[in-house]
Write a protein that binds this ligand. Structure first.
Ligand code: NAD
Length: 257
């Protein structure tokens, strides 16, 4: 019997990139998977998923409390339970602190941080009924690496890291484990869109890969493996951790002067 047999997982941002890889892997391992996403493609679900939403219930903008509540209600109505929440939806922002105004700061925090809080608020009553409850948040090495020209994005992911630790502590008595995964530069449509803004996307991609210690980008499947591990009973003694999947670029080691 696979480790997720009988369990139900909700994956935000599950229509693309890392979230799609997570949804696919969870389904392969026996979970019933609900993809919650802005995009219409989310309705066709990840390949191999047993979830086949036939209504708008799984269409969900994580910046809307009403949509989040409706989506979680629809998932529980359809599958009868909720065991795993993968808080993965996120958006980026470029530049130093002068690059974005208040509206943009509010917008990115609203999706990247408060979005996870909304999902947790809606999901917690159901997770408390599960003997295998786990929340995994997609963070980023930007939370601690001091990446250049990523002030807003880095601050939002720093908040995700702190939120993960706080939730792990608060929900220990509920037997709900809360962890996060911190990808480095992962080869997803997100990074593809950034590369497409370069004059020569292929050359930019090669240069980006060359800057990685392993000479290549992290794959979405590699990040998904870490997320699925932290969602699974294999990590039953692990809560309040941040697992880096960054090709050795930053890890959790202290930065030098
Ligand atoms: P992606 O753009 O390929 O996928 C993101 C998904 O999130 C999309 O399907 C999008 O529709 C969905 N989404 C965006 N805003 C949403 C909203 N308001 N409500 C619901 N869904 C929404 O990106 P990805 O690279 O797979 O990124 C996934 C997560 O991984 C993000 O949280 C990102 O910050 C994080 N991350 C990515 C990288 C990387 O290099 N790709 C590195 C570190 C962290």
């Amino acid at each position: 019997m696979s480790e997720f047999e009988g369990l139900v997982a909700a994956v935000t941002g599950g229509a693309s990139g890392i979230g799609k890889a997570v949804a696919t892997l969870l389904a392969e391992r026996g979970a019933q998977v609900a993809v919650l996403d802005l995009k219409p493609e989310a309705r066709s679900t990840a390949e191999g998923s047993s979830a086949q939403p036939d209504d708008d219930g799984f269409r969900c903008d994580v910046s809307s409390d009403d949509e989040v509540r409706a989506a979680i209600d629809a998932v529980v109505e359809r599958f009868g339970r909720l065991d795993i929440l993968v808080n993965n939806a996120g958006i980026g922002a470029q530049g130093d602190v002068t690059a974005n105004g208040d509206d943009e700061w509010h917008r990115v925090f609203d999706v990247n941080v408060v979005g996870m809080v909304r999902l947790a608020r809606a999901a917690l009553p159901h997770l408390k009924n599960s003997p295998s409850a786990a929340i995994v948040n997609t963070c980023s090495i930007a939370a601690w690496a001091g990446l250049p020209s990523r002030a807003l994005y880095s601050a939002s992911k720093g908040a995700v890291l702190s939120l993960t630790l706080a939730m792990a502590t608060d929900h220990l008595p509920d037997r709900i484990r809360v962890n996060c995964v911190c990808p480095g530069t992962a080869d997803t449509p997100w990074v593809g869109r950034l590369l497409d803004t370069a004059d020569d996307p292929a050359a930019e991609r090669a240069a980006l890969a060359a800057r990685q210690p392993m000479g290549r980008l992290v794959t979405a499947d590699e990040v998904a493996n870490a997320i699925v591990y932290l969602a699974s009973p294999l990590s039953a003694s692990t809560t309040g951790t941040a697992l880096a999947v960054d090709g050795g670029m930053y890890g959790l080691r202290p930065r030098g002067p």
